[in-house]
Design a protein around this ligand. Structure first.
Ligand SMILES: Cc1cc2nc3c(=O)[nH]c(=O)nc-3n(C[C@H](O)[C@H](O)[C@H](O)COP(=O)(O)OP(=O)(O)OC[C@H]3O[C@@H](n4cnc5c(N)ncnc54)[C@H](O)[C@@H]3O)c2cc1C
Length: 401
């Protein structure tokens, strides 16, 4: 059987290793950290959300984001420091605006397929990841927001998503803990939530049982291929060769792809999260259980066992994971306003980098060389998309496509 090196043990790399190992391949999984899911797959929004598959390249999204750039609670921030990669990324993002419809439909179909793949893996392997099949409720504060969402919804439902409008009274019934006035909502019964970190760690144990060789604590400095053998070189100069290599390196994929002669335009888009231990004295109806997305604030919440995850914001400022107190305060204010009766215990703050392509559709396929593959660039939807893309890439490698 051929041997394959996978670079990156986030959710994407671990799922790729799992699928290849199940096909009987000899797999080595590399990561610079000592365990899996320590970067973007650490504390994300927790949502498996086919309903969030609309790509962002629309005039409406760009105009809405741009018009709020100077406000205190602006979801979007763009660093002003000159950066050639960022400029090139934004030019490609603008061009992709012409393909908004096709890209949204493609992403929605990928998300629907992946949602089912994730359910299958979880059921087959019995992984506990605080999953909650509550459906996902999008909430809209104004008629204009809701009308724009309905336009996008025709693309999503056309791709096969079950999703329907709900009134303010129905919103209150679906999520009684939520405080605030809303124009309307859209509810997706098939979306769900769960802890990405717990899942990835659980699946890593399965990988180990399937014989995947764990190569953690190794910072991959160089990768190359002559089309038949691929070489992986560590920081200390040691190197190993493999029949195939798969790049699943999140925001590190751009640099590794360049070394392999490929242009995989992945830019780091920073987001923030809070994880709040819910005070056990809280009345259960005062702590949310349904996965939510507030369209105005661009903030999501997921109930993970006795914790509430709140996540959002987007910053184009390079590969910097520092927590800006003024920015994360937006999440603190939002949760206090919307769940005023929920008792809060310990709160953990986090920032991570979405590996975003300008098309907002991941790169899943072969590179310039026949034995180089990519499964990366999952952007704002990596938890939703990676079970499906991992199955696809493993199938391609097995078939030699
Ligand atoms: C705030 C926030 C909220 C989000 N919410 C959601 C959500 O609700 N639903 C959803 O579907 N998605 C969400 N996402 C997106 C999702 O979390 C990501 O798309 C996903 O985690 C990316 O996984 P990955 O495996 O590609 O990257 P990562 O998890 O970053 O894994 C890449 C791995 O590669 C390793 N690596 C990189 N370079 C090297 C190297 N040279 N040598 C060795 N190792 C290397 C890194 O150490 C890392 O472990 C969110 C993201 C953020 C930031």
């Amino acid at each position: 059987m051929p041997d394959t090196a996978i670079i990156g043990a986030g959710v994407t790399g671990v799922l790729t290793a799992y699928n290849l190992a199940r096909l009987g391949h000899d797999v080595s999984l590399f990561d610079r950290h000592d365990s899996a899911a320590m970067e973007t797959s650490f504390a994300n929004g927790g949502q498996i959300s086919a309903s969030n598959a609309e790509v962002w390249n629309t005039w409406h999204s760009v105009w809405t984001a741009a018009s709020r750039l100077l406000s205190e609670d602006a979801p979007l921030r763009i660093g002003l420091r000159p950066d050639l990669h960022k400029l090139r990324w934004f030019c490609a993002f603008a061009r992709e605006g012409l393909r908004h419809r096709a890209n949204t439909i493609e992403l929605a179909k990928m998300a629907l397929h992946s949602r089912q793949c994730l359910r299958d893996v979880a059921a087959r392997e019995g992984i506990d990841f605080d999953r909650r099949d509550s459906g996902l409720l999008h909430i809209y504060g104004t008629r204009a927001q809701f009308d724009a969402a309905l336009r996008a919804n025709t693309l999503l439902t056309g791709a096969g998503l079950e999703r329907y409008p709900v009134t303010p009274a129905e919103i209150a019934k679906i999520e009684p803990a939520l405080d605030g006035n809303y124009h309307a909502g859209l509810f997706t019964p098939g979306d769900f939530s769960g802890d990405i970190h717990k899942f990835t760690r659980g699946l890593l144990n399965v990988c180990t049982r399937l014989g995947v060789k764990i190569r953690f604590g190794r910072d991959v400095r160089g990768v190359s291929s002559d089309g038949r053998r691929a070489t992986v070189t560590m920081g200390d100069g040691t190197a190993d060769t493999y029949d195939n290599i798969v790049i699943c390196a999140g925001v590190g994929s751009h640099r590794l792809a360049r070394a392999l002669g490929d242009d995989v335009n992945v830019y780091p888009v920073k987001g923030y999260s809070l994880t709040i231990e819910i005070d056990p004295a809280t009345h259960e109806p005062d702590a949310p259980v349904t996965a939510l997305l507030d369209e105005d604030a661009k903030i999501v919440t997921s109930r993970l066992g006795n914790r509430l995850r709140i996540a959002g914001l987007a910053e184009f400022r390079g590969a910097d994971t520092a927590i800006d107190p003024a920015r994360i305060a937006i999440l603190h204010r939002w949760v206090a306003r919307h769940f005023p009766r929920m008792g809060r215990g310990e709160i953990t703050e986090w920032a991570g980098l979405r590996p975003m392509t300008p098309r907002m559709v991941p790169k899943v396929g072969r590179g310039r060389m026949a034995n180089v593959y990519y499964n990366t660039g999952h952007g704002h939807l990596g938890w939703t998309l990676s079970a499906g893309t991992a199955e696809t890439i493993a199938g391609m490698i097995a078939a030699g496509d």
